[in-house]
Design a protein around this ligand. Structure first.
Ligand SMILES: Cc1cc2nc3c(=O)[nH]c(=O)nc-3n(C[C@H](O)[C@H](O)[C@H](O)COP(=O)(O)O)c2cc1C
Length: 333
């Protein structure tokens, strides 16, 4: 029996730094709420000084900690290292009575890895085991890990899977690339298939699941417990909704239809984000910066996507961004 707080075949919105903070998760739940589950982006447990309960709460978003829809459907993700204050952080999260924590073991950042955190730990099983045991002992509720298939190669992959099982981890999300691959090439789903076969833990598949067809294909090919979408969720925040509506009837959806839905949904998406960010005290310039970052993949399916994206990226202020959006919606919806 799985102890995961989400059901089999769930479609999960991946943790993304600078994206999946409280206000963003709130908007997605409100307007494209067919995702089964969410993760916070990672909270970095400090190596020096005390862990501050207020910072932990702020990282989740204080307002959103009061909402059941958030707490029950969101894993609290963190990143740590052998010398960080893991015990203290875990004890504070336990005091918050939090139901699910997730350890980030995939972060490729040079800074994080030189501090022996993130994906680095996939290459140091001794340190990893110590950390995993420490967390498992200190936290009674669901504890999962999110990994890549190795640091520079896959030589420890099976040992890693065994270690997680032996140490009482409740589930593993696998981004099927090594750390050194960063985002190069295409994620190799055969590693997911292998993990599903050799591990008794529920496996959550991640990496290059971009479309409804991809979701169907990875479930068919690899039989994971659930799937997690990162860049595709950023590109198509309503992906779970169209998947749930059309997974059995792919013939009903044409490229033309999807582009029309995109234009209509983007109007709502930016409107609601703007409103929620303002409620949280964000100013125009910060909102504009985030909106530009969110444009990264949004227009990839249009023939002239670079021109469209370029217009948004050159907006000098939030009003200009909004004017481009109005024009875009008028052209494509
Ligand atoms: C902008 C961005 C920020 C990310 N931040 C995190 C993070 O905070 N924690 C984490 O575990 N993974 C993070 N990731 C990795 C994604 O969760 C995911 O594992 C990766 O993008 C591969 O999945 P995809 O092909 O669906 O994008 C981030 C990815 C992106 C694109």
């Amino acid at each position: 029996m799985s102890t995961l707080p989400f059901k089999q075949n769930s479609i999960i919105f991946a943790p993304m730094e600078g994206v999946t903070e409280g206000p963003y998760r709130e908007v997605i739940q409100r307007i494209f709420g067919d995702w089964d589950y969410y993760y916070t982006d990672f909270y970095r447990i400090p190596s020096v000084g005390n862990v501050n309960a207020k910072t932990l709460i702020k990282h989740f978003g204080e307002t959103y900690l009061q909402k059941k829809a958030h707490t029950e459907q969101t894993a609290y993700q963190f990143l740590t290292s052998e010398i960080a204050q893991t015990e203290q952080a875990i004890s504070l999260i336990s005091e918050m009575n939090y139901h699910h924590i997730d350890l980030n073991l995939g972060c490729p950042s040079k800074k994080v890895n030189s501090n022996k955190g993130g994906a680095y730990l996939l290459s140091d099983l001794k340190a990893l085991e110590k950390i995993i045991k420490q967390i498992r002992e200190g936290f009674k509720n669901t504890f999962t890990v999110k990994i890549r298939i190795g640091y520079s190669d896959d030589s420890l992959y099976l040992d890693l899977l065994k270690l997680f099982e032996d140490c009482g981890v409740d589930g593993i999300t696998i981004h099927a690339r090594t750390r050194d691959q960063l985002y190069k090439g295409v994620a190799d789903w055969s590693y997911i298939e292998k993990a599903v076969k050799v591990s008794n833990l529920p496996i959550i598949a991640n990496g290059d699941i971009w479309t409804i067809e991809d979701i169907n294909r990875i479930f068919d090919q690899c039989n994971p417990y659930a799937v997690m979408c990162g860049r595709s969720a950023l590109k198509t925040p309503w992906l779970a909704s169209i998947y749930k509506e059309y997974q059995e009837n792919l013939d009903f959806i044409s490229d033309e239809f999807l582009l029309k839905v995109r234009a209509e949904n983007l109007d709502l998406y930016f409107y609601e984000l703007d409103k929620e960010y303002r409620k949280n005290g964000l100013v125009d310039s910060t909102i504009l910066k985030r909106f530009k970052a969110f444009c990264r993949y949004l227009f990839d399916d249009y023939e002239n996507f670079e021109t469209i994206r370029g217009r948004f990226l050159r907006a000098q202020n939030i009003h200009e961004f909004r004017a481009h959006l109005d024009q875009f919606v008028a052209n494509y919806s």
